[in-house]
Design a protein around this ligand. Structure first.
Ligand SMILES: NC(=O)c1ccc[n+]([C@@H]2O[C@H](COP(=O)([O-])OP(=O)(O)OC[C@H]3O[C@@H](n4cnc5c(N)ncnc54)[C@H](O)[C@@H]3O)[C@@H](O)[C@H]2O)c1
Ligand SMILES: O=C(O)C[C@H](O)C(=O)O
Length: 309
């Protein structure tokens, strides 16, 4: 197995580090456009191998795609993060150029790779990588739902003073303020969450989840990386170990949920072929309405991207 992570910044480096610590591949390549940056990060990480006891070999390169040749999985994290006061959509012009050129280079050297997109605005950048790569849509998908549900679960674990391990949840829609956490599909040790928390508190947690990325941007002046990097690595793990995990993933819909030709977050089964199956939940009218509003916001940005090319 060979994994490449494009972008050795906060998210890319964290993702590569988690992949190495979990020994997800014999070879992990970190690539960045900044001279010496990926080399330095990779060298530092490799020096943790004797401490953390792993033998996945990490190397870093400056924009040399020959080193990424025959990768099984490529994670794209290259691009600008937002600053306080910005929305993710404000990044579209710069990051579309970066994701397009990166995808072209990936495909030249790893024509059969599975591509996991992390760069923002997530749903539109995943669409950009899909269009550019020419790959089957099952092999090009985006990371957002694992992060967004992790935030939702973490907030619930704090509120209920229980282990986050026991919280299960589904969240759908785009990776923006319109995302749709689904309380009807949220359980704590198998108990419906609505039996454990009153409606007002639950609604407050849902609102905090929707703006969870922005909360961190305000605190740090740049966006989050520990949870995003770990979430991307969890998707890599599901693929390289063929785990068939069920996660919300930004996926290309072809009629599922009544939506067509759009990338948006839905629950899927993730395995060695990428998206093995899209799971269709029986949403009620209110949930459908929220999902469609979120899909409409994503579609608007996909149209912006189409008009840029
Ligand atoms: N999907 C999500 O849930 C999620 C979560 C967190 C961050 N993000 C997004 O991920 C991206 C990266 O965030 P970050 O915090 O790691 O930013 P960062 O600035 O720390 O790292 C980005 C890296 O990309 C590199 N880069 C830029 N252009 C490149 C190119 N053409 N080729 C290779 N490398 C290039 C930069 O040199 C930099 O090192 C941002 O767009 C951010 O919004 C998405
Ligand atoms: O909020 C951001 O800009 C980064 C990322 O999408 C996140 O949710 O942490």
């Amino acid at each position: 197995m060979k994994i490449t992570v494009i972008g050795a910044g906060n998210v890319g480096a964290t993702c590569a580090n988690v992949c190495a610590e979990k020994e997800l591949a014999e070879e992990i390549v970190l690539l960045d456009i900044k001279e010496g940056f990926a080399e330095g990060k990779a060298l530092d990480m490799w020096q943790t191998a004797p401490i953390n006891m792993y033998d996945s070999r990490i190397t870093g390169v400056t924009n040399d795609y020959t080193a990424t040749k025959d990768s099984d999985v490529v994670v794209i994290t290259s691009g600008l993060p937002r600053k306080p006061g910005m929305s993710r959509d404000d990044l579209i012009a710069t990051n579309a150029g970066i994701v397009k050129s990166v995808t072209e280079n990936i495909i030249k050297h790893s024509p059969d790779a599975i591509i996991i997109v992390v760069s923002n605005p997530l749903d539109v950048m995943t669409y950009c990588a899909y269009k550019t790569s020419g790959l089957d849509s099952r092999k090009v998908f985006g990371m957002a739902g694992i992060l967004d549900t992790a935030r939702y679960k973490a907030f619930l674990a704090t509120e209920l003073n229980v282990s986050p391990k026991d919280i299960q949840a589904v969240l759908m829609g785009g990776h923006g303020d319109t995302m749709v956490p689904l309380p009807r599909y949220t359980t704590v040790g198998g108990i419906p969450v609505t039996e454990l928390i009153d409606e007002d508190r639950l609604n407050a947690i849902i609102e905090r989840t929707k703006f969870g990325g922005g909360e961190i941007v305000k605190l740090l002046g740049t966006s989050a990386w520990y949870a995003p990097g770990a979430a991307a690595a969890q998707m890599v793990e599901a693929v390289v170990r063929n785990q068939r995990r069920v996660f919300p993933v930004c996926s290309w819909l072809q009629g599922e949920y009544g939506l067509k030709d759009i990338y948006v977050g839905v629950p899927v089964v993730l395995g060695k072929n990428g998206i093995e199956k899209i799971v269709e939940l029986k949403l009620n009218e209110q949930e459908k309405e929220l999902l469609y509003a979120s899909a409409a916001a994503v579609k608007e940005m996909m149209d912006v991207l189409d008009n840029m090319n």
